[in-house]
Every structure is written in C-alpha cells, then in structure tokens.
Design a protein around this ligand. Sequence first.
Ligand code: ADP
Ligand code: MG
Length: 356
Amino acid sequence: SKSVTLKKVTKTFEDDHGKQVHAVEDIDLVIKEGEFATLLGPSGCGKTTTLRMIAGFEDISNGDIYFGNENVNKISPNKRDCTMVFQSYALFPHMTVYENVVYGLKIKKMSKEDMDKKVDAIFDIMNLNMHKERMPNQLSGGQQQRVALARALVMEPSVLLFDEPLSNLDAKLRLTMRDEIRRLQQRVGITAIYVTHDQSEAMSMSDKVIVMNKGKIEQIGTPQEIYQRPSTKFVADFIGTANFFEGEIIEVTLDELVVQTSQATFTVASYGSFKKGDSVILVVRPEAVSLNEEGTYKAKVTKSVFMGQLQEYEVNFKGQDFQFNVYNPMGEKVYQEGDTVGLVFNKNSLHVIKKS
Ligand code: ADP
Ligand code: MG
C-alpha cells in the first residue's frame, strides 16, 4: 500500500452562468499507508470531486497529489495504482461474475494461470465461489457490491477508493457490508479512502475521519476526536446530536473551566487552551445529561418519548429548548410532559469550542 498526500489541492468549476466556483479549496491532507480514511460531509461539500482528483478522473486546478513520494498530477487514471468502487457497482451486465472480476487482469495481459490463482484467492476471501457463473442481474444488491469489491481488489492496487458504495443497499445489509469492507481492508493491508455522508458509517469504519464543509476541511481526527472534541460548531452539529449554549469562560483552573451562559454556570473538565474572557459555545451531547429530582438545574419537560432502549426527552431549560436521551432500564422513573426535573451535567462529557 501507499500513502496519499494532498497539498493545497483546489478544483474550480464553471457554473451555468460562467462563474468560477471552488468545489474543493486548498485541501491539505495526509493519508498514511494502510490507513482507512473517510471523507465525511453533507451533499455538495466536495467529497466526490476530491476522490475523483485522487483517482485521476478529474484534473486538479491547483496543488499537488502524491502517492508515496511520487507526484501523480500528470499520471493517467489507469496508471495510478488505485481503483475505485462506485455506488452503482458498475458491473458489466453481459458478463458472468467470473468474467467481471478477471476483466482487469486480462487487460493487463496476465497469464491464464496467474489470473486464475488471483481470482480464486479473492473469491475465497469474499465467499463468492458459488456465484462465479452467474450474471450480475441474478445477484442481490449486496452480492453485486461484493463482486464490484472483488473486481477492485483483484487488481491489487496500492490505494482503494470508495464513493458511497453502500448507498443503494438496505439498512441491514449496509451494516454487514461495513464490517466486511473494514475487515477486508485490514486483511489486505491496503490504503482506503472512503466517501460517505453517513456519519455512523464514517465513525464505525475509519481510522481517520476528514470532515468537509463547502469544499474545505473542517476537521481531521479519529472518530473519537471528531465526536468528543469537535473543533467547530459545524462538526459538532453534523456528527451526532448536540445542544449548544453560548457563553463566556469566567474562570480557568488547573483542571476545570467555568462557563457562564445566560441559562446557568457550567463546570467543564479542562483541556486545550482557553482563557478567561473567551467567547465560547458549550456543546452538550445527549449522553452528558442525566435527570433526578434534586438537581440544581431545574427544567420543564416538554416532550418525553419511549424509544425502547432510550427515553427521548426535550426540556425547556430557562428559555432554551434542549434535547437528550436517557437510558431506560426497567423500573427506572420516567418523566412526563409537564414534569419539572433537575438536570445533572457530567463535566467530563461537556465540551467547549471557541466562538469564531
Ligand atoms: P459531494 O460528493 O460531497 O456531494 P461533489 O464533489 O459532487 O460533492 O460536488 C461539489 C460541488 O462541485 C457541488 O457544488 C457540485 O455542484 C460541483 N460540481 C461537481 N462536479 C461538477 C462539474 N462537473 N461541473 C460543475 N460543477 C460541478
Ligand atoms: Mg458525491
């Protein structure tokens, strides 16, 4: 496998009125050998464009892309040592599964013996042996996507690219395929760059998540960093559920920050560099809150919904609506609309970001 590096990569398109628009702007990014990295962001933020530039399907307007130490700006897609798996599978409909998978090797003019060896190995790994002679339209969506993946892997590229490969599958199969792709990637030890707008997909599969917004990178980090320590409001909002309270740091001690908002004073476990007087946004994830009768932060329940494992609450806390979930073990008290409750905030689960 190889590392992939993007330096100040920009892609400009002309829109319908002849105006230049940046689909991707000044992207700096290093994806290490064997790493599973995911570009995550809302529709239109530039994920596919970034991936297509890495693959070489799209010229770059500015900047440099490297595979290992080699600058690949001028290298055509078929010589770039990477393959791409698409959402639409893109199998050849008139070819059997076997012919689909062997196709790329034939073009490489590999000997029949070597080809069969490689294809057999991939079919074994992916449990596709019994489907070898079938046509794509005789397979389920999940099986077709596995064939598409086998077709990419058999080429033994250094870098494997995925553009929303699971979007056409039903919810349950998506979960199975996540595991399968991740396991396969680790087993083969290949560098993977994966594009999705699905945050749970990104969180569960990746070593590194690259959150994009409007053609730019908002944050790069492990799934834990992105979720627990989002660096912007956009990231906190896009990933998971978050409540926001605007406030100011009124005290900094060795291990705590004290944040004053218009609702209350909050104590937050300290990290990062904040100083007294900083304007901040307090991020409260649903799991940072529990309820009891005594809590000093009094709030009024405006919604209480049984979700099985969780009870979903909405409360009004001194004028601000605020949502969270509480685990719902049997026998535990459940509060109803109209009840007054005391909120308890876990200071280790609270997070602050600088207001920009
Ligand atoms: P994503 O994959 O994150 O949904 P894309 O990379 O497909 O986003 O698109 C990013 C932006 O670039 C969008 O505003 C899109 O309309 C624009 N764009 C993408 N491809 C083209 C193109 N060939 N011509 C003009 N604009 C494009
Ligand atoms: Mg896309």
